[in-house]
Design a binder for this molecule. Structure first.
Ligand code: ADP
Ligand code: MG
Length: 661
């Protein structure tokens, strides 16, 4: 039902609600309180100076109003509370004066100062507060006062809206869940804690069930889909693996085997390659795309940023230099002519491997025989983006790579519809990165270490503080840091600066200078967050480290320690944050992600961007893990038995599924 149907709602309010993604009456009802305040009357003698309390009193003297300033008035009166007379002050409520007649029972909310025997109220209600009252507290919506929001919700609830219950009946009965109408009433207007509990139980289960339904549905669909069987020259492939400058770790070998089996099988590959930063995923992908090429198919390799695309391009081309493969790079900043050239050669099948950013999604880009799609840092791409690429091929094999460490149990849930290969083992000779949390005032210690390392011919990354994600101020921070470092080293150390607003060639030049060691310190925003590979870099300094989740910090730290040199990471912050010490203790991404989860909940699970599919209103997959598991089983049965057919609601859910996930 449209918001305009709510009695007394205005245009403006509607548009503010729209801004908060509330488009219908149902959306409004599903804007749940995020916590509850439990109000119960206090006794005056039990209150302390700081505490906000509510007390029941009787007015015993007519109020006086005094006007203090133009926008400030005070209403003062005397009350009796349990036989004790106290003085009450409330500001800017002169209009209440005539309601406050002697003998009236009212309740006051505010703070009591026993010394002066005054109660400074911030709210007055014209009745006594009886027993405990549960008051919902909502996140604020820009432009809408909390009281207005409550009124709107009240209005809707009073109209006794009959919502269709979307949860299958047998599941509701199985867990004795209350109906959705009941749940919505109880979540907004609970009469007891039990009401809140029942309502939450119902809504959380529903959220998780629908979430798992989508995953199970996808899984089912993928099991049914048939792809190409790819035949490749195993000897040539073995030769290639032999020729690598290092031998694969066991985990890498296993991942390669998994992937090759997928390519050979008639089922489509739908595999997640999960491995910590620096664990060597790129080489696994390279071997697989080589096999794909040997079988006569093209590969598209999608990376989230230009820098990364370029790096993959360079390293893959380097690794496959002796092959006859045609490998190209497609990024937004290419000239029109360069792009056209790529479009042409891609369509004709001349290009075997096309690496690129979202520029690969170009509508005019066609492949001749696209058989394999690799997506790096897959969670960074939007739903439609991946969809588009997939549509350029017929039943392609899909490999997703992620360095975002996710606790394994959760990974299996979230990526429940994919096969998974995990690289845990680091390449031989890698040393743990020595990590230290340092207060900003002790920066000197870090600056000295930097000097020491630079004298050894090593290099340093500096990540500038990120301020409220505003590019302007982050830019300023990068410049400020450069000045600071220049001052500290008397301008004697060559430095590069990298940020999101730079032109492609500028970025390229800065990166290049750093890669070849022309500059020794690279100061940047989090642009360098993923994947950049400079093996002589041994120090990573992260400012305002407390602003990042542990998983993100761990990823940033992974820019160093990519050779057998001892590396260091300094986490600079103003106050000591307990959680940062987890990084001092451990270099294990999975362990760190477990800890991150403990400290921050699922919010930061995916690092920078959160996948839309994963945002629940009430459910928290960590806290509600048991419910999630039950919902998973239920959803599986529901999907396998195709019990959803005939339900309009589930039809709608299916329509909204991101099929590239
Ligand atoms: P990821 O993409 O997983 O973060 P990369 O694939 O970029 O990691 O690999 C990091 C570095 O380790 C690269 O320089 C790569 O050449 C090197 N490397 C990969 N596998 C091995 C291995 N088995 N032994 C030694 N070095 C390796
Ligand atoms: Mg990588």
């Amino acid at each position: 039902m449209d918001l305009n149907h709510i009695k007394g709602i205005g245009e403006k309010t509607v548009s503010y609600l729209h801004n908060a993604s509330i488009y219908s009456v149902e959306d409004l009802l599903r804007f749940y309180p995020y916590r509850y305040q439990i109000l119960s009357p206090s006794l005056l003698e039990e209150t302390s100076l700081e505490e906000v309390v509510t007390i029941n009193v009787i007015v015993s003297q007519v109020p006086q109003v005094s006007y203090i300033k133009r926008n400030l008035n005070a209403l003062r009166f005397v009350c009796e509370s349990n036989g004790k007379r106290i003085r009450v002050t409330i500001f800017n409520r002169a209009f209440l004066k005539r309601n406050l007649v002697v003998g009236k029972k009212i309740s006051l909310t505010g703070k009591y100062n026993a010394k002066s025997n005054t109660f400074t109220a911030n709210d007055i209600k014209f009745s006594w507060l009886d027993d405990a009252k549960i008051i919902p507290v909502y996140h604020s919506i820009k432009g809408i006062r909390p009281i207005t929001l409550e009124k709107l919700i009240d209005e809707v609830l009073q109209n006794n809206l009959q919502l269709e219950d979307t949860l299958p009946l047998e599941l509701k009965e199985k867990y004795r869940l209350i109906s959705i109408s009941d749940a919505l009433l109880k979540i907004h207007k609970p009469k007891s804690k039990e009401d809140v509990k029942q309502a939450r139980r119902r809504i959380i289960y529903e959220e998780l069930f629908e979430f798992m339904f989508k995953i199970q549905y996808l899984k089912q669909l993928k099991h049914e889909s048939v792809g190409q069987t790819k035949h490749f020259d195993q000897k040539k492939l073995d030769c290639f693996i032999e020729s690598l400058p290092f031998s694969l770790t066991n985990d890498q070998r296993k991942a390669v085997d998994d992937g090759l089996k997928d390519l050979e099988s008639s089922r489509c590959m739908n595999r997640l390659l999960l491995g910590d930063v620096g664990s060597g995923k790129t080489i696994v992908a390279t071997i697989l795309l080589y096999a794909n090429a040997l079988a006569g198919y093209q590969t598209a390799f999608l990376a989230p940023t230009e820098i990364l695309a370029e790096q993959h391009f360079r390293s893959i081309r380097g690794l496959l230099a002796d092959s006859s493969l045609e490998i190209d790079l497609m990024v937004g900043s290419l000239s029109k002519k360069e792009k056209e050239n790529i479009l042409e050669r891609c369509q004709s099948g001349q290009i075997d491997v096309l690496i690129g950013t979202h520029a690969l999604l170009n509508e005019n880009l066609f492949f001749n025989r696209l058989g394999f799609i690799i997506t790096d840092e897959q969670h960074r791409f939007g739903v439609n983006q991946r969809d588009k690429l997939k549509s350029k091929a017929v039943a392609p094999d899909m490999l997703f790579m992620s360095a975002t460490p996710i606790p394994r149990t959760y990974a299996l849930t979230i990526y429940g519809d994919m096969d998974t290969s995990i690289i845990k083992e680091k390449p031989k000779g890698r040393k743990d990165i020595i990590t230290k949390v340092v207060k900003e005032k002790d920066l000197r210690e870090v600056l000295l270490k930097v000097l020491e390392e630079i004298k050894l011919g090593h290099q340093v990354y500096v990540v500038a503080p990120m301020i409220e994600e505003s590019e302007e101020s982050t830019l300023k921070n990068v410049e400020l840091l450069r000045e600071k470092f220049d001052l500290a080293y008397h301008g004697k150390i060559p430095m590069g600066v990298l940020h999101g607003k730079m032109k492609k060639d500028q970025k390229e030049e800065v990166m290049h200078d750093f890669k070849i060691g022309k500059s020794k310190i690279l100061i940047s925003t989090t642009v360098v967050e993923v994947g950049v590979d400079v093996s002589l870099a041994t120090v990573m300094i992260i400012f305002n480290a407390d602003r990042f989740g542990l998983a993100t910090l761990h990823q940033l730290r992974g820019r160093v320690g990519r050779s057998d040199l001892q590396s260091y990471c300094y986490l600079i912050c103003n106050e000591d944050k307990e959680r940062l010490h987890v990084l001092e203790e451990s270099n294990d991404g999975f362990y760190i992600s477990e800890k991150d989860f403990e400290f921050r909940g699922e919010g930061d699970l995916f690092g920078v961007k959160q996948s839309g599919d994963m945002s629940f209103s009430l459910a928290d997959i960590r806290r509600d893990y048991d419910i999630l598991m039950v919902a998973k089983e239920d959803a599986e049965e529901y999907v396998v038995k195709k019990m959803y057919s005939g339900s309009q609601h589930f039809k709608e859910i299916i329509e909204k599924i991101d099929f590239t996930n």
